[in-house]
Structure formats: structure tokens, C-alpha cells
Ligand binder design. Structure first.
Ligand code: ADP
Ligand code: MG
Length: 699
């Protein structure tokens, strides 16, 4: 049998060295297999002939059968065009060409039967068809093939004659080579139970469908398979991990937890917080490792849940570590935890990249002899020389940028891996969560602490800044504080910093009777610290900043968030930034400032921000607008998001369904040795190799 997986594409009739190089470079097609799985991006129905009288402005491509009655050359310069008056007896329609006029006129005869194929267009109230394909009517027989596939190709490819048609030809050649059916890649019971088309059929039909119905069945089969193996991989991995590692058991709720709860807690837990704490307690009171994802919108009170969990660890004789992405956030969490703990005998320490050697010594000692109960830190914590005596719990805050691979690295620190609680504030669409964090159990805080007023968001154009300044002034006069945020994007760092400086100077002039702080990533940690402290303590009233404040920072008195150049931020990031206000009891405002000229997408983003305060809704919209590949965190996740056919934004239902199918397989065959699923495990192994999913081996 022909091994499509390894056979080089250059041996396919019609390819050769040069085209092979082009296919490899432009589309990453190296083997026959790659070509087989390079699916058309759309199909055009050539199985039906339309009547000219049926044409309207909003039709997709149509096929007509009729004759040209006369030609007319019209217009001057760029609008010079050839018009052919075409009819099938029901009505007339204009076929229009702007290029190749001479050639076309010579090629086409009057009063002869032609098949015309093109996309109708409404111009000045009349339907015309620009640049149609016109073939002799005898061609119509050939086109009985049904749906015509369209393949994406690049400009470079088109210049070498590798257009969509040529690609279709290559795929035809490939099928001609295949003497046998493609071997089935799902187990017979799955194929049967879920009524799936065979792989061989699905692959042939996805390229050359006869009708929409069978195309849909083929698409379903291939999407099913693609999502199934992603889920099988991640669920198998979670299962394997659970079997391999015992967990530290936190059997009791002890003194620190209880004292904190009854004496130090400044407010009542929300129902959602209580539920999540219960879920965590149940997890850590078993003999296996907890791997839980805690999702909660900004301001929902995740820090407190983390602290309670860490006190559970302490009460059971374990240390806890809280990992955060930035130094500012680490410092703030450190301060918050210390403040909340008050005089409880719980030792909290801080470790970041800028912690001095001298200060590190006692921290390291305390970690090793067990006197440090809670360590708050950045990536610095992951270094090998940071050793705990008995690390029982790791909380990863705001780490939507971490995927399975990075988390796996963290447990190397202990013989028995600590419990892991991942907290994310950027709500992740469910489909993405099931994929990125598919190995974790999920808790959701779906309730904000009482008394919060929804943030009022508005979108203004830059030339209306004056009214915004007077608005900010009124807020400051009432004793509130304001953030003004500028984008900072690496490629353009110099210009961005200049924008920030200019903005800062301008604001200093406008608000000369108030004090301003300035914060950006280029400042020394000490200076950043100092500025942040001044703003948090209310010494300064306006904080002009880059996005370094994006995550976590908590200044409840701040009530205005101005985001300059809002068009340059993604939805989730805007939502994060907005979440910096609305944390106290007073009404808060977010003002998005943009240029007057906006792209369609940007306008949509602004609209969503203005109308919605719901992080989950915003995350879903973000996924739909940008596609999963661009959502923060997916790049580093180690999971292939350039799915070939499934779409995480659109195939949510199927994904959920398939996840259950995969779960059933993992449960039925935990040791991966049931002959019934042999084909499935073999396929998974092959996919892992192909995609470099190098975490979690299949035993
Ligand atoms: P996030 O989930 O964004 O990390 P935080 O943990 O920073 O949110 O909490 C946001 C604010 O809400 C903090 O000022 C915190 O003290 C306060 N908070 C948390 N839980 C409650 C609660 N149950 N009742 C009132 N305020 C709360
Ligand atoms: Mg937080």
C-alpha cells in the first residue's frame, strides 16, 4: 500500500522538484498526506443552471446557459470595458470585462450557445456579471460533477500556474494513485455508533463532493476525528497523570483557616466563592493531585479563594506558592496577602527577578527549613535553586498564557507534585478552555461581590478629548482617581513611549492642580514600585501608564479608566484593563479613545465593549472576531490551533460531544491495551509525532 504519510509530494504526477519546493514553502505541503488533508476552503455549485430572470444582486456564483446577442465597448481609461449582452430567452444580463478586451472579443462568437459562470453583481440598479468564465455549451456535460472545490493558494503559487484548479488536478492525480481505500483511523465501534462516514469516503468527498448533503457528512466525519484526537490526547494525559501521582492530602481545616475566616475576613464570601472553596477542599482531601482551573471575571475575588486554599495547605503542614506573571502584580499580591493576614502567624515572602541576593538568602533558607508558609513570586520561582521543604499547593494567577507544557514543568520540584490551582481572569471561551486547559477540572466564579455597579463604558473620538478631560476633572474633584493607558507594542516601542510621554506632559498641563504618576516597562523596578505605591496610596490622582497595569492591580478608589488608541487592543485586553476600575463601591467609567477612521472590526470591538460588561460574552466575541490562533496564550500552549477543518469558534457543540466520546475511550481503556481501541491509540501516537505534542506519553 502507498504510504501517503511519508511519500514525498514531488513524486506525484504533475508536481516535480520545483512545484514541490513551492508547495512546501507556501503551504507546508511536503507529503502526499499533507495534500490529502489540504481541504478546499469553499465549493461552488455547478450542478444547477440558473435562468437569467432569476438573477438578483445577492446571489453567489451562478451558471447560465445562453447566447451573446451583441458586444459594446464603453467607458474611458480605468472604466473602459467590454460589455456582452447575454440572454437565455428569459431576460438579458451584461457580461463585463475590464481587462483582455481584445482577446475576449476575438474568442467569443455571437449567437452561439455558451455556459457562463460567475458572480452576479448589482451596478446602477442593473445586474451584471464581471469577468465570468465562458465555455462552449458542450462543456456543460463535464460540469455535471457537482460542487467545484476551491483551494487557497498564494500569489507566488498562482504565478507558477498553481491556482485552485491546478490544485484540484493534483488531488485528482493523488486519488488515482491510491489503489486501496484509506485505512480507517477511528475504531469500528466509534464509526458505527456515531454514524460516521468512512475515512476513505470522507476524504474523497471533501475534495470532490457531488452535493451539499454528502459534503456535510464528510465534513462532520473529519471534524469529529480532528477534535476527537485533541480531546483524547488531553484526557488521556490527565488520566495518566492522575494514576501516576498520588497527591498530598489536606485532611483537615485547621487553626489558620478558621481564625482567618472568623476574625480577619473583612466581608462575607460570595456564594460563588464559597462554592469554589468547597470544590477545592474536596479535591485536596483525596489521594490524588488537584488540577483545577478557576475562572472568574475581573474583580470577582479570586485572590481570596487563593488565600483560603493556601491556608488549608499551611494547616496541613504544607507550603504554598503563588505564581504571577509580572513583578508589579507579585508585589501587590504580596502586600495584599500580608495585609489580609494581619497578625496571624503565617510567614509570607516575595521572590522576583529583582529580589537582591542578600534578601534571597533568608527566603531560600525559610523555604528549605519550612518556615516560609507562602511564597509569592514570578518566574524566578521556577529556577532550580528554589527548593521547598514541602510544597503542597501552587496557585498560578492570571496565567492564561500558560498551557499544559509549562505546567508540566512545574511539578518537577517535588517527588509528589503539589496541587495546582490555575486562576484566569480573562475568561476563556468554553471551547478554548476545553482544549487549552482540557486536562483540568473547572470552577467558575460567576458572581461579583455585592454592591458593585456595572462600569459605564463609552467610546469617543480623539478630537472630543476636551469633554473627557472635564469629565475626569469632576471625578477627581470628588476624590476619585483615574488611569490613562497607552498601548505599548514591541515593534513600535520608541513611538509608543513618545506617545506616553506626550500624553503625560499634556495631562500634567491640564491637571496642573493634581499630581500624576507615570508607569512603563522601561523604568527600574524600584521606580515602578514607588509610582505604583504613590498611586495606590492616593498620593497621586492620575496614573499614566502602558499596559503594565493590565493584570491584577487593585486600587478600589480609582473610578476612571481611559484607554488611548483603544483600536490597538484586543477585546480581552480591553476588558482586562477596564477591570482595573469598578472595584470599589462608586460608579466607575471606562472611556475608549480612538481615531475617527476605524476598520469594521475595530468598530465591532468598541461596540461590544460599550454594550457588554460580561467577560465571557466578550471572550466569545473575541474568539469569533480573531480566530483561536490569535487569542493570547494559544501560541505558547503547545497545541496546534491551525486546525485543518474544525473551528473552535463554531464547532462548540461538536467539541463537547466528541470530548465525551474521548472520555469514554479513556475510561474504557485506561491502559491503552484493549484490541478494540488499538487503531485509536496508534493513530494518536502518529498524530502526536506529526504535531510534536511531546507531553504525556502513551504507555
Ligand atoms: P480578581 O478576581 O480580579 O483577582 P480580586 O481578588 O482582586 O479580584 O478582588 C477584587 C476586589 O474585591 C478586591 O478589592 C477584594 O478585596 C474584593 N472582594 C473580594 N471578595 C469579596 C467579597 N466577597 N465581598 C466584597 N469584596 C470582595
Ligand atoms: Mg486577581
Amino acid at each position: 500500500m502507498l504510504d501517503t504519510a511519508t511519500r514525498n509530494i514531488k513524486y506525484l504526477p504533475g508536481v516535480g522538484e520545483q512545484r514541490a519546493a513551492l508547495l512546501g514553502r507556501e503551504l507546508n505541503i511536503h507529503s502526499l498526506y499533507d495534500l490529502l488533508y489540504y481541504f478546499p476552503y469553499k465549493y461552488i455549485d455547478r450542478s444547477r443552471v440558473f435562468k437569467v430572470s432569476e438573477l438578483g444582486g445577492n446571489l453567489q456564483h451562478v451558471q447560465l446557459l445562453g447566447e451573446i446577442r451583441s458586444f459594446e465597448e464603453m467607458g474611458e481609461g480605468a472604466s473602459r470595458r467590454l460589455v456582452a449582452h447575454f440572454t437565455d430567452g428569459t431576460a438579458f444580463v451584461d457580461l463585463v470585462w475590464f481587462r483582455g478586451i481584445k482577446f475576449i472579443k476575438k474568442r467569443l462568437d455571437l449567437n452561439r450557445q455558451y455556459v457562463v459562470f460567475g458572480k452576479p453583481n448589482m451596478f446602477n440598479g442593473r445586474v451584471n456579471i464581471p469577468h465570468p468564465d465562458v465555455d462552449d455549451a458542450s462543456m456543460l456535460q463535464l460540469n455535471k460533477m457537482g460542487l467545484q472545490p476551491y483551494y487557497n493558494t498564494t500569489e507566488k503559487m498562482k504565478r507558477s500556474g498553481l491556482n485552485s484548479n491546478a490544485m484540484a488536478k493534483l488531488v485528482q492525480n493523488l486519488f488515482a494513485l491510491l489503489e486501496h481505500e484509506m485505512e480507517e483511523t477511528l475504531s469500528p465501534d466509534i464509526v458505527q455508533k456515531h454514524g460516521l462516514m468512512s475515512l476513505d469516503n470522507a476524504l474523497r468527498i471533501i475534495h470532490f463532493p457531488k452535493n451539499v448533503k454528502e459534503l456535510q457528512l464528510a465534513q462532520y466525519r473529519l471534524k469529529f476525528e480532528e477534535l476527537f484526537y485533541i480531546q483524547l490526547n488531553i484526557l488521556h494525559y490527565a488520566r495518566d497523570r492522575q494514576q501516576r501521582y498520588a497527591g498530598h492530602r489536606f485532611a483537615k481545616v485547621g487553626e489558620m483557616f478558621n481564625r482567618f475566616y472568623s476574625e480577619n475576613l473583612p466581608f462575607k464570601l460570595t456564594g460563588a466563592q464559597m462554592r469554589v472553596v468547597r470544590e477545592i477542599r474536596r479535591d485536596v482531601n483525596r489521594d490524588c493531585q488537584m488540577n483545577r482551573l478557576l475562572q472568574g471575571d475581573v474583580g470577582s475575588g479570586k485572590t481570596l479563594v487563593a488565600l483560603l486554599s493556601m491556608l488549608l495547605a499551611k494547616d496541613n503542614g504544607y507550603q504554598a506558592c503563588m505564581l504571577v506573571p509580572t513583578e508589579i502584580l507579585a508585589e501587590q499580591h504580596y502586600a495584599t496577602l500580608r495585609r489580609m493576614l494581619g497578625n496571624l502567624p503565617v510567614r509570607v515572602e516575595l521572590l522576583t527577578g529583582s529580589t537582591k541576593q542578600k534578601e534571597r538568602v533568608p527566603v531560600f533558607e525559610g523555604l528549605e527549613n519550612g518556615t516560609v508558609d507562602i511564597l509569592v513570586g514570578t518566574h524566578a520561582v521556577l529556577e532550580d535553586n528554589v527548593q521547598f521543604r514541602s510544597l503542597g499547593l501552587v496557585v498560578i494567577d492570571e496565567q492564561h498564557r500558560f498551557g499544559v507544557v509549562q505546567r508540566a514543568k512545574m511539578w518537577a520540584k517535588n517527588a509528589i507534585p503539589p496541587h495546582i490551582l490555575v486562576m484566569t481572569a480573562t475568561p476563556i471561551p468554553r471551547t478554548l478552555a476545553m482544549t487549552l486547559y482540557g486536562d483540568l477540572d473547572v470552577s467558575v466564579i460567576d458572581e461579583l461581590p455585592p454592591g458593585r455597579k456595572p462600569i459605564t463604558t463609552s467610546h469617543i473620538f480623539r478630537n472630543n478629548s476636551d469633554s473627557m478631560y472635564s469629565f475626569i476633572r469632576r471625578q477627581l474633584d470628588e476624590g476619585r482617581q483615574a488611569y490613562v493607558v497607552y498601548p505599548l507594542i514591541k515593534e513600535n516601542e520608541k513611538l509608543d513611549l513618545k506617545n506616553l510621554e506626550d500624553g503625560y506632559n499634556q495631562l500634567c498641563n491640564i491637571f496642573c492642580d493634581y499630581r500624576l504618576s507615570k508607569l512603563h516597562g522601561k523604568m527600574k523596578p524600584k521606580e515602578k514600585d514607588e509610582e505604583m505605591r504613590r498611586f495606590a496610596s492616593g498620593e497621586t490622582q492620575i496614573l499614566v501608564s502602558t499596559t503594565v497595569i493590565e493584570v491584577g492591580v487593585d486600587v478600589p478608589n480609582a473610578s476612571v479608566m481611559v484607554i488611548e488608541n483603544a483600536e490597538r487592543f484586543g477585546l480581552s485586553q480591553l476588558h482586562q484593563l477596564r477591570g482595573r476600575v469598578g472595584r470599589g463601591a462608586s460608579q466607575s467609567y471606562c472611556i475608549l479613545v480612538t481615531d475617527y477612521k476605524l476598520s469594521e472590526d475595530t468598530r465591532k470591538r468598541m461596540d461590544i465593549m460599550v454594550t457588554s460588561n460580561d467577560g465571557f460574552e466578550i471572550a466569545e466575541a473575541d474568539l469569533k472576531l480573531r480566530g483561536p490562533g490569535d487569542i493570547e496564550g494559544t501560541q505558547q500552549s503547545g497545541i496546534a490551533f491551525d486546525l485543518k477543518i474544525a473551528n473552535l469558534a463554531r464547532d462548540e457543540q461538536l467539541l463537547q460531544y466528541v470530548r465525551e466520546v474521548a472520555r469514554a475511550v479513556v475510561e474504557a481503556d485506561p491502559a491503552c491495551n484493549n484490541p478494540m481501541y488499538k487503531v485509536v491509540w496508534e493513530r494518536l501516537r502518529a498524530i502526536k509525532n506529526m504535531n510534536n505534542w511531546n507531553w504525556g506519553a502513551i504507555s
